[in-house]
Design a binder for this molecule. Structure first.
Ligand code: ME8
Length: 518
């Protein structure tokens, strides 16, 4: 069994409603996974929730619920959200599940037995919101802590610590020798800068159960639960292990495990995360894996953060984008298109309603929608919906775009791939204007020329459906249906010129992106 492409996202804190940032990240991971499948690879896509820790415990208490019940109720909303985004995830991780907890405990027991932990007293300022002790570096010039840390308390506590320092030079060397481990480049440089100019503090991996009991019990000391980040990061390997992935199961060695030799997931190919949690994924996680003796993931890909109207999104000020409301009004593909077309993976982005409407109208309704609708309507009107003989007038240009899209997808350059695909949309719309099939149709002498034009347009629409599949799956499927083709446009190899055969009868054209009076 060849290795599957294994793609993960961050697991979202369950206490809160899904927002634009969560949606964006999951869509990136979904498009990358779908593109790998389209390109002929088997792929596995994992997403899910982060459920333990003080934040969740406090939110549950505030609602008068037991934490487990609180998480179960909200998990239903989050799973429904994944469906609304049309994610093709193969599993959905919940850290409160037995399969995950068993693995976390097995790893803790093993790392403890192998001497990676020690117990020590620490006194410092603790932010519950961030679930972390703050240092003097976190202070503002006036000595106070930023309100974004929430309530900060002076705390003295005995806990278990994971020895990180011993691995610091190893990690620097690893990242330097494997430059694609962290992407984009400037994020790798940020991690290297941090590692080279600071001494890593050992990581506190427990919380006393008498202060916080909503966590996975530490197997070697009943007075403690596991720090939420140690628990959460493990999800990436606990699910493969629980499903029987041979490498993960061996590393984790929690019993009983049914090995499934067909499943070949670990190491992960890609962890898609936001820039704010880079240190956890590019410093703590690789060191945890090294201590476990596990191979490292191939890449941590950090995306930027969305703002709305140039301001940080915040529920308190009401400056938020509600992805569900946008999807209900405009359709999932319009949402998927906007976030990927607007923001390249890496920098920060800015959502504006005007920008969203502008792209909907120019690129979806007047660009792609208009092309498909007029191409198929003319084929219906002038040739009764029957495809004429193959003609290759746009073949070279289409195949150039196909090759470009393939290589951009292979490099996870999703915005670039959309730009390449839209260059074909624009070219084909221009072709309609240049060849004026509505004029050709009036002249019986031009019948052969009209056949050629109609073929080229219909074939471009078919190829576009295949190229668009990872990004806009519903639209791609609709184009295929309107072309009267059976099956899904889900294989990149179908984007080869000449797939539409003479004599094939298309289906009925219908608007893909209805124009909205806004
Ligand atoms: O950090 N724009 O959960 P989370 C873009 N549970 N992305 C954003 C964003 C924004 N405005 N706001 C948040 C956690 N994100 C942990 C992860 S993984 C083992 C544990 C991204 O719900 C954020 O960067 O706060 C992160 O990747 C994801 O949403 C979940 O954030």
């Amino acid at each position: 069994m060849s290795k599957r492409v294994y793609v993960t996202t961050a697991i979202d804190y369950v206490n809160g409603q899904p927002h634009l940032g969560h949606a964006y990240e999951k869509i990136i991971a979904d498009v990358i996974t779908r593109s790998r499948r389209s390109l002929g690879r088997e792929a596995f896509f994992l997403t899910g929730l982060d459920e333990h820790g003080q934040k969740v415990q406090q939110a549950a208490i505030a609602e008068g619920k037991q934490p487990q019940k609180y998480c179960d109720d909200l998990a239903a909303t989050w799973e429904a959200f994944a469906n609304q985004l049309q994610l093709t995830n193969d599993d959905f991780v919940r850290p409160t599940s037995k399969r995950h907890k068993d693995v976390v405990q097995a790893i803790l027991a093993r790392l403890n037995a192998e001497g990676h932990f020690y117990k020590a007293i620490y006194r410092g300022f603790y932010s519950t919101k961030e679930e972390t002790f703050l240092t003097d570096k976190d202070r503002r010039p006036d000595g106070t802590f930023d309100p974004s840390f929430g309530e900060v308390v002076d705390l003295e506590e005995e806990n278990y610590y994971f020895k990180l320092k011993a691995h610091q030079q190893w990690l620097i060397d690893y990242i330097e020798q494997n430059p694609s481990f962290v992407a984009p480049d400037y994020r790798r440089n940020e991690v290297l800068g941090l590692l080279k100019h600071n001494t890593l503090e050992d990581l506190c991996i427990t919380r006393p159960a008498n202060r916080l009991n909503w966590g996975i019990p530490v197997p070697f000391d009943p007075n403690y639960v596991t720090y939420v980040w140690f628990d959460a990061l493990v999800n990436y390997i606990s699910i493969p292990a629980a499903l029987g992935d041979p490498v993960a199961a061996q590393v984790v060695n929690s019993q009983p495990l049914n090995i499934n030799p067909q499943l070949s997931l670990w190491p992960a190919d890609l962890h898609v995360i936001g820039k704010d949690i880079l240190k956890f994924h590019a410093v703590y996680w690789p060191i945890m894996l090294k201590a476990m003796g596990a191979p490292l993931p191939k890449q941590v890909l950090a995306h930027g953060w969305w703002q709305k109207d140039g301001e940080k999104m915040s529920k308190t000020t009401g400056n938020v984008v509600d992805p569900v409301a946008v999807i209900d009004e405009w359709g999932i593909d319009a949402f998927r298109f906007y976030v990927l077309r607007e923001l390249d993976i890496g920098p920060d982005g800015n959502w504006t309603d005007a920008g969203f409407r502008g792209r909907y109208s120019a690129e979806l309704a007047n660009g792609l929608g208009n092309l498909v609708n007029r191409s198929l309507s003319m084929l219906k009107r002038y040739r009764n919906g029957v495809v004429p003989a193959v003609s290759n007038e746009l073949a070279v240009e289409a195949e150039k775009v196909v090759a470009e899209t393939r290589s951009l997808l292979e490099r996870n350059e999703l915005q670039g791939a959309l730009l390449a695909i839209w260059s074909l949309v624009t070219r084909a719309n221009q072709y309609v204007d240049q060849t004026a099939p509505f004029k050709l149709a009036k002249d019986p002498q031009q019948s052969g020329r009209l056949d050629e034009v109609l073929y080229n347009l219909a074939e471009v629409c078919r190829i576009l459906a295949v190229l668009l599949w990872p990004f806009l799956p519903t639209t791609a499927r609709k184009i295929y249906q309107q072309l009267g083709l059976v099956g899904e446009p889900d294989k990149f190899s179908a984007a080869k010129w000449g797939g539409l055969k003479a004599g094939h009868a298309i289906g009925s054209p219908a608007a893909l992106f209805p124009r909205k009076d806004v």
